[in-house]
Design a protein around this ligand. Structure first.
Ligand code: FMN
Length: 458
């Protein structure tokens, strides 16, 4: 039974982004939400970090993209107007301030293998690991390169090949973190004017398909050396990549049966890659609307449905899928889009609409309508603290996930509701820690226990 074990039995991350409307298009308009202007201030992120730390949350995770969605109407107009991930500032620069105001909360941040050289990536994460005292994680993404074309950040590389390149990238950065500076290389001997022992600092030599390197790592070893490696690849190639490298995997399981299969598949793949499957934690992404009672929950749901931006939702979907829904007449059958590799979306619309051959108009309505909150709404935790906690337990027991990547709605108010209402309920049931364990000072130890501060390679 969940909750009877010693210590926390559930891992909880909170997802955000340094933008005016993280995750929920249009919710920046909510009177209780401060993200619209707060996202560009230290004060906002420090107050969020302190609040999460008081609730003993594992980590605050910052998603990030480069570029602006310009598919809908072939224009950046809808994204700019509705603030669909624009404007966006760089989360890497926000973390040190939030870390300085906290002592235990972990931080994870997205950093793309397609946009930054491995040498630079290694130094950025060593810096963050030093400045946070071992509380940093890296969400590895290969990025949607359609966006990158316009920014000049990267060449357009096909999906699976991006993962091949990322495999090589990981080999390089992990060697920089783990192999360049031996333990004890920093001697700090004032008498002999020796800061470090050159015999114990090595160049990493690499000549591969994508990268060439012959240099020592520039930063000295940090508490974890390698940041905790997070990943969210959903494709088969993405899962193989996760199984080989990742320690924490974000998933978006659509149901219990499919979920258990996917979690089992991930752990099998990790074992096949020569890793201990218990060194892979799986977190299910869920939106969260929690309120003190049923009436308040209904009021929160009504706000969500009223303030969600239809234009923003369509612009985001078109950006993700690469299909401009404005380019087709309303009555075009969606089957005409099949060629565009959207099979699962189209099948879902067919089922949801109950029509055999739905039109582009149906698809647009579907995309523009937020899911109606209900205790059993897909990918949403909704209701009173008791209802939400019950549902979380059900997800863990039926799929085998290790915890959640929560997206509170609206972001500012939702985080407060989570901390004030849901966290006490989880703690009361013994599902979440009431204080951080001093014997687990690094983020990796929070996931894998005392003494496991270092990354184990496959
Ligand atoms: C919880 C979660 C967070 C993600 N965060 C980002 C992100 O910050 N930046 C990004 O470019 N992609 C992000 N992604 C997308 C994934 O990296 C990945 O590209 C996507 O799940 C599709 O999988 P595939 O690349 O294997 O096809 C995220 C996905 C999930 C589920």
């Amino acid at each position: 039974m969940l909750g009877k074990q010693k210590g926390p039995v559930m891992h909880v991350n909170v997802l955000t982004q340094c933008i005016p409307a993280p995750l929920f298009e249009g919710m920046w308009r909510h009177p209780d939400d401060q993200t619209a202007t707060g996202y560009r201030s230290f004060e906002y992120w420090i107050s969020i970090a302190r609040q999460l730390e008081e609730s003993c949350i594992d980590a605050l995770f910052f998603a990030d993209i480069h570029g602006v969605y310009d598919t809908y109407h072939g224009s950046i107009g809808p994204s700019v107007r509705h603030s669909v991930q624009i404007p966006a500032i760089d989360p890497v620069l926000v973390i040190p301030a939030a870390a300085a105001a906290t002592r235990h909360l972990g931080f994870a941040v997205t950093y793309s293998t397609s946009y930054h050289a491995p040498y630079q990536c290694a130094r950025v994460f060593s810096t963050l690991d030093h400045l946070t005292n071992g509380r940093i994680g890296w969400n590895i993404v290969t990025s949607d390169l359609r966006l990158a074309r316009a920014t000049g950040l990267s060449a357009d590389i096909p999906h699976d090949e991006r993962y091949d390149r990322a495999d090589e990238y990981l080999d390089v950065v992990v060697r920089l973190w783990e192999d360049s500076w031996e333990d004890g290389a920093v001697v700090l001997d004032r008498e002999s004017d020796s800061f470090a022992d050159p015999a114990r600092v090595h160049r990493v030599e690499h000549a591969g398909r994508w990268f060439t390197l012959s240099a020592p790592h520039q930063a000295e070893p940090s508490p974890q050396r390698t940041p905790v490696l997070y990943q969210a690849g959903a494709s088969s190639r993405g899962r193989s990549f996760a199984a080989r490298h990742a320690e924490v995997v974000f998933v978006t399981l659509s149901g219990f049966r499919q979920g258990r299969e996917l979690v089992t598949d991930l752990r099998h793949r990790a074992a096949a890659a020569g890793r201990d499957p218990s060194r892979l934690k799986v977190l299910q992404g869920m939106c969260l609307i929690v309120a003190e009672d049923g009436e308040q929950a209904r009021a929160r749901a009504a706000d969500y449905l009223r303030l969600s931006s239809k234009g923003g939702l369509i612009a985001k979907w078109c950006g993700w899928s690469g299909v401009d829904l404005a380019a087709y007449a309303e009555d075009t059958p969606v089957s005409a889009l099949r060629a565009q590799d959207l099979h699962s979306v189209i099948e879902f619309v067919e089922q949801a609409s109950g029509k055999l051959d739905p039109t582009v108009g149906d698809l647009r309505d579907f995309v523009a309508t937020p899911q109606r909150p209900h205790p059993y709404t897909r990918l949403m935790l909704y209701g009173t603290p008791e209802q939400v906690a019950d549902r979380m337990v059900e997800w863990i027991e039926r799929t085998g996930v290790d915890g959640f990547n929560l997206m509170p709605c609206p972001p500012t108010r939702g985080m407060r509701d989570m901390c004030e209402l849901l966290v006490p309920e989880l703690q009361r049931r013994g599902l979440l820690r009431k204080q951080y364990d001093a014997a687990e000072p690094t983020l990796r130890e929070r996931y894998f226990g005392t003494g496991n501060a270092r990354y184990t390679r496959s």
